[in-house]
Ligand binder design. Structure first.
Ligand code: HEM
Length: 222
């Protein structure tokens, strides 16, 4: 791809929105670990988040904007890249191409489908209404029963495994690509950045997977 100013600006928009999405993902993963403190741990954490009120809505609005920017410019860049690669006389270059870099658009679309399902599952609470609107002994929303009860179903578990595998793929290339776009790399540091990005993807993947896996293995129960 010929790197015009317009292309670079788009890449930076994808990168900067990616940084904030990554921060949300890390925060969400750490928040999820409160489930290992039992119903009181997760319910009290969820209660604190819910009680942010207008701030929570502001965060949701910003997230929606960031996700839209990330998807729109991510897709247009990929399409432009493909077009320029298929143009005659332009030498095809697959620089540092890996299965993760070649499948960015697909892993991204699987994550999008997963997030839509996930919102219907836990935010709109429409997929398992029978266990989604309970309250615990302290009168808080019983998020623990909603999460553990629904993830006990095999197909729900499978959807989470597929979504998290896509997240792992996306981050495996995304993190190092971010450093490159922002110019935070040199030829000397690039191998370490690539390795670090892969390790971060593994940690985040395992961090999220711990919850559905613990439910599946009945380590977490209702
Ligand atoms: C095992 C994995 C996961 C579990 C158990 C989980 C759990 C939850 C729960 C319980 C909520 C609702 C919180 C509430 O309203 O009280 C939620 C919301 C959300 N999750 Fe996840 N999540 C997981 C993975 C992910 C991943 C991988 C992503 C993104 C890539 C994600 C993105 C979101 C978003 C965008 C929301 C909506 C936040 C809001 O309502 O403001 N989640 N998640």
């Amino acid at each position: 791809m010929i790197l015009t100013e317009k292309t670079l600006a788009r890449k930076i928009l994808v990168g900067v929105s990616g940084i904030f999405l990554l921060l949300f993902i890390i925060g969400h993963m750490l928040g999820n670990t409160t489930i290992f403190w039992g119903p009181a741990g997760l319910n009290s954490y969820a209660h604190h988040v819910q009680s942010l009120g207008p701030l929570l809505w502001l965060e949701r609005l910003i997230m929606l904007l960031l996700v839209s920017i990330h998807i729109y410019f991510g897709i247009t860049l990929t399409l432009e890249n493909r077009q320029s690669r298929s143009t005659k006389y332009v030498r095809r270059t697959y620089q540092r191409s890996t299965i993760f870099s070649r499948t960015m658009i697909y892993s991204g679309l699987v994550i999008l489908a997963f997030i839509i399902y996930h919102l219907f599952h836990f935010t709109f609470q429409l997929t398992h209404p029978e266990i989604s609107h309970l309250t615990d002994s302290a009168g808080r929303h019983d998020v623990y029963t909603m999460v553990v009860g629904s993830l006990q179903g095999f197909f729900v578990f499978l959807i989470y495994v597929i979504g998290l595998a896509a997240l792992f793929f996306h981050l495996s290339h995304g993190v190092q690509s971010l450093f490159q776009t922002m110019g935070w790399n040199t030829d000397r540091t690039m191998p370490a950045i690539t390795k670090g990005g892969r390790i971060a993807a593994v940690i985040i993947g395992i961090g999220f997977l711990a919850v559905p896996l613990a439910v599946f293995l009945r380590v977490l129960n209702i």
